[in-house]
Write a protein that binds this ligand. Sequence first.
Ligand SMILES: Cc1cc2nc3c(=O)[nH]c(=O)nc-3n(C[C@H](O)[C@H](O)[C@H](O)COP(=O)(O)O)c2cc1C
Length: 223
Amino acid sequence: MEFSEIVQQRRSVKSYDPDKTISDAELRELFDEVVLSPSSFNLQNWTFIAVKDSAMKKKLKEAAWGQSQVKDCSAAILVCGKLDAYQDAPKIYKDAPKEVQEGLLPMINNFYEGKEQLQRDEAIRSASLAAMTLMYGATSRGWATGPMIGFDPEAVSRLLKLTPNLIPVMIVVLGRQKDPPRPRSYRHPVEKVVRLNTLDGPGLTGMPHPPNKPDPAHMPAGA
Ligand SMILES: Cc1cc2nc3c(=O)[nH]c(=O)nc-3n(C[C@H](O)[C@H](O)[C@H](O)COP(=O)(O)O)c2cc1C
């Protein structure tokens, strides 16, 4: 599947076939790609908990405002951000040349140590990028997905036994879509959300790339 087709096809799906299961091997194939996601200093501030067990999915649904997709999906994947990922740097850079280690390791430590807000921002950034890889990777394999933050973070942390260094960033439900997709919801026009050079600069113009419907405002006069 072409990448733009994957992007067009991905939707936040809410209804899943409860009888469809996903094997560990299929999840493994997916996560082999997810872990290639980028992260600051390559710290890989993420951990994933794939909930496949029916009883656990039911409990997770209770902690997710009763949203039925959590129970009916094949796997409800909790994407966690790792607050203390900077402490993994020595392991991550163990094969780097000595001079790189000597320069980088103190720098990473100084950058994050004691800075709780930054640790949290970084955990959320990295985990979110990984979640996007997960959703596109799943879409390319014919799975439907849905990102979710509609849950009680404390209840979810307790249920899935998170340690204090992990925060629940989002749940990604994954499974076989049951109902046909709803029409794509409203998107702000690109001209409005992309500015050139500065925020008060002009909006991005130019003809939309086919197969988007041409915007009459961009058509030459008399066309
Ligand atoms: C961080 C995040 C949290 C979301 N939480 C929920 C949720 O709890 N329940 C839900 O039904 N949809 C949730 N959504 C899905 C959004 O409603 C959906 O992405 C948006 O309406 C756009 O639709 P689309 O993804 O199909 O293009 C969430 C999306 C994101 C990115």
